[in-house]
Write a protein that binds this ligand. Sequence first.
Ligand code: CTP
Length: 208
Amino acid sequence: MRILVTAGPTREDLDPVRYLSNRSSGRMGYALAAALQRLGHQVVLVSGPVELEPPAGVERVPVWSARDMLAACRERWPDMDGLAAVAAVADYRPAKRARGKLKRAEGEGRSLELVPNPDIVRTLARRKGDRRVLGFALESSRGRAHARRKLVDKHLDWIALNGPEAQGASEATLLLLGADGSERDLGPARKELLARRLAALTFPETNA
Ligand code: CTP
């Protein structure tokens, strides 16, 4: 199968030198891309800025912002058989990107207007047909209920639930919820091992 994987953070520019972002290292998405590739799938990895090398045999498409990520994914999606959305996409971006570096006004505060970014996985999964889509959910509390809601709202087949402590860490816990009501506990373990378990459950080798 041809599988699109999104990974890493996005960066939302305020001006030419400043941006809003998050702590995502991209490690889970990259590990999943590697695990899928090892199962025999053709993997395209659309990645925000991270300090990782692309896994061998995986095509990487580097992007910066959520809108760049959506554009790159949209272009590839028609040729793909499945999607794994692991990216920690910024939900908002500054309403305006200043052309020049913003200047400090001595002694004055500054407020920032934010506008919503597109929901990448939801946009793509809306037109998935019979293709399968795996999403992630980062939840700090009442995780299961929120994750189940996201599963339906974003048209997912599975959602992998983890806590905010997973961002930037080498280990994580992972609970895989299926649209069929199933529930599998995959951790705690190193992200590479979690990714192998996740790949085998969602896009198994037999479909390669
Ligand atoms: N996602 C996406 N585009 C966005 C936001 C999220 O594709 N603009 C995807 C993520 O890659 C992940 C899933 O949606 O697969 C859930 O991300 P999460 O941050 O947990 O959910 P949000 O929809 O952002 O909800 P909230 O931050 O309110 O919990």
